[in-house]
Design a binder for this molecule. Structure first.
Ligand code: SF4
Ligand SMILES: [Zn+2]
Ligand SMILES: [Zn+2]
Length: 304
């Protein structure tokens, strides 16, 4: 098979776009898709200071690589969750990536924040699932670091497959409040909350993996061991099955939702109106004390 743009052999066929590319033209296609997402969704300005949430996985490292190559001012931040083997390898690979490209990576160790407790112990202590505590703690710490370091936006590596699976799960459960908040850019407009953006929104899991392969980006190639049985995997699987028999359906499902969101919900604004500040940390919350501080208080008091 030939590249659709030159005479070279193609390395990848993109059925949903009805085209195949050689290595160099695929590399260009990938960068153009990211630039298109930044422009179409007005993700951030050219001179924005961008903080990238790094996990050591394929998406976040590809995102860092492509934004760096596009000339943006970036810094990576990774949260070391203390998950045996997995966290060590994630941090090591992220450090290696940053060192090779002379990029700046900040590491936040969860055990430093929680008196030596890792994510498993924290979740056990507060009787919640690992992933719910992990999500909450990561969101809080990333935002806090971004805000205190003067970053205007936090970019995450969520790609088309991740977002389509998330939407699929939300539709299955008719989680309207979550659907309302789903968009490639989340403008917070609240003091101390930093905007979030998803520049890989036009790219699939497979497309990101191929970008890493051709650019020799080494990443942690297995999922977090605590993700076993996660529904998101099942939703991805269901959508891939549909995509096999109806090419382009996944993309239509997600982007038609974005296009029609304002009609479905009448307005797109995030309805976060309760502007209280946490009595302990001062960050925005809807309660007297934010969930992060509640978890921290419980874990630290049980450790005394
Ligand atoms: S799978 Fe769960 S515990 Fe593991 S990194 Fe993701 S949210 Fe955290
Ligand atoms: Zn070509
Ligand atoms: Zn707080």
């Amino acid at each position: 098979m030939r590249c659709g743009k030159c005479e070279d052999d193609a390395i990848i066929e993109l059925r949903q776009h009805n085209i195949a590319f050689c290595r160099d033209h695929y590399d260009e296609f990938f960068r153009v898709r990211v630039e298109k997402a930044i422009k179409n969704f007005n993700l951030f300005k050219n001179d924005a200071k961008i903080l990238i949430a790094i996990s050591g996985g394929k998406d976040s490292l590809a995102l860092w690589d492509v934004l760096f190559r596009l000339g943006y001012e970036t810094k990576g931040v990774i949260i070391d969750l203390g998950i045996p083997q997995y966290s060590e390898q994630s941090v090591e690979l992220s450090k290696k990536f940053a060192e090779e490209k002379s990029l700046d990576l900040h590491i936040i160790k969860l055990e430093d924040e929680f008196a030596g407790n890792n994510i498993l112990k924290i979740a056990r202590e507060v009787h919640r699932t690992n992933c719910s505590v992990c999500g909450l703690v990561k969101r809080y710490l990333l935002n806090k670091y971004a805000y205190e370091s003067g970053y205007g936006v936090i970019c995450t590596g969520h790609n088309l497959d991740d977002e389509a699976a998330l939407l699929f799960g939300n539709v299955l459960g008719w989680k309207l409040e979550y659907m309302k908040k789903q968009f490639p850019k989340l403008e917070k407009n609240i003091d101390k909350l930093v905007d979030k953006a998803k520049p890989l929104i036009y790219l699939t899991d497979r497309e990101v993996a191929v970008y890493n392969l051709i650019n020799k980006i080494e990443y942690i190639d297995y999922e977090c061991p605590l993700s076993k049985g996660a529904n998101s995997r099942k939703y991805k699987h269901a959508l891939s099955t549909l995509e096999e028999i109806m090419s382009g359906s996944k993309q239509r499902f997600l982007f038609d939702f974005y296009r029609n969101k304002s009609k479905i919900f009448f307005e797109e604004k995030d309805e976060y109106i309760d502007e209280r500040s946490c009595k302990i940390c001062g960050y925005p919350t809807t309660q007297d004390v934010c969930n992060y501080c509640r978890i921290k208080e419980k874990v630290l008091s049980d450790n005394e």
